[in-house]
Design a protein around this ligand. Structure first.
Ligand code: RIB
Ligand code: CA
Length: 320
């Protein structure tokens, strides 16, 4: 049976690639996107998701308003992150979306939480949920109805770093750093999660030639993605040249959620540091180290050649 998929996006550039990958994956049906702040404010994430779905020929997929700020924040998040450019899509202007996202932005992420909980109750085991931004919407859903969340077949998030340094501070990866309290609530809950963090995403790099292949498709989507991802790739070459190109963070999380054989994981009970110089760090919880039941599976190995080949193949289909 085709699994149902919900993405939770802070729609920047690798989120856009993750979305295209999901749409080109025959194993899953994308039933909706919940949105969150992170690479961009949540309102911009909503606009980007709608515009991308229309560009990619999937205008009927709903986009739902999510958290506009971190759990502990008193004001909406307004930062635009350099890595993703002026609008989160490398400054590339897509045609204005014809339809609006659903729900109203609020601090409690009411619309996104209802959408996720309804889908969890309806599809249970057959639902896959992939957050690729801060874990605020998931933390809010857990606080409201942990039993419904526990029915979800697989929750695979992009974020964190267990064996490698962070990308925001030496300890913290961006998605976790943007809402450490939310991430801590998620990994301390009894709900099983898979973490796809920098340990593996920094091993999966987009070959630069692929961007030119997209441009050469001559389609609106191919040309737009070449420009958008070209910006991202250049940012990586300038600021993280040792990687040799841009990392496929969010697409890897989607791919691993769909096909778990792409990654090798370590079972561990995690916590997130919420105070001190290591705020935002994902680390083993010493207090639960000996618990037989491990609630997190942390990806530490990845079959990078197999994933990158599959990514290139599926993106070409999505952009053709
Ligand atoms: O650290 C990488 C992650 O932060 C990705 O999800 C990227 O889109 C940003 O949200
Ligand atoms: Ca993201």
């Amino acid at each position: 049976m085709t699994k149902k998929l919900i993405l939770d996006l802070d729609a920047g550039i690798d989120d856009a690639m993750a979305l295209a990958y999901a749409l080109a994956s025959p194993e899953v049906e994308l039933i909706g996107i919940t949105t969150v702040f992170g690479n961009v404010p949540c309102a911009q994430s909503m606009t980007n998701c709608r515009a991308l779905l229309e560009l990619l020929g999937a205008p009927d997929v709903p986009v739902v308003a999510g958290a506009d700020r971190a759990l502990a924040a008193t004001e909406p998040y307004t930062t635009m992150v350099d890595v993703h450019g002026a609008n989160g899509l490398g400054g590339v202007k897509l045609p204005a979306p014809r339809t609006a996202a659903e729900g109203v932005l609020d601090a409690c992420a009411t619309a996104a939480v209802s959408f996720l909980l309804d889908a969890a109750r309806r599809y249970g085991e057959n639902l896959i949920y992939v957050p690729t931004g801060p874990l605020t919407n998931l933390a809010r859903a857990l606080a409201l109805d942990a039993q419904a969340v526990a029915r979800i077949g697989a929750i695979t998030f992009m974020g964190g770093a267990l064996t490698v340094p962070g990308n925001v501070t030496p300890g913290a990866e961006a998605n976790i750093a943007n809402d450490p309290e939310a991430a801590d609530a998620v990994v301390r809950s009894s709900v099983p999660v898979t973490m796809v963090g920098l340990d593996v995403t920094h091993q999966t790099i987009l070959p630069a030639a692929e961007i030119e292949r997209w441009r050469a498709l001559g389609t609106p989507a191919g040309e737009a993605f070449a420009a958008i991802v070209g910006y991202y790739s250049q940012f990586y070459l300038t600021h993280q040249g040792h990687l040799g190109g841009c990392a496929l963070h969010d697409p890897l999380a989607v791919a691993a959620a769909i096909d778990t054989t792409l990654i090798g994981t370590l079972g561990i009970n995690l916590k997130v540091d919420v105070a001190g110089p290591f705020r935002g760090r994902t680390v083993g919880d010493a207090a639960r180290l000996r618990d037989v039941c491990k609630t997190a599976q942390v990806a530490l190995t990845v079959d990078a050649p197999r994933f990158v080949a599959r990514f290139c193949e599926r993106l070409t289909c999505a952009l053709a």
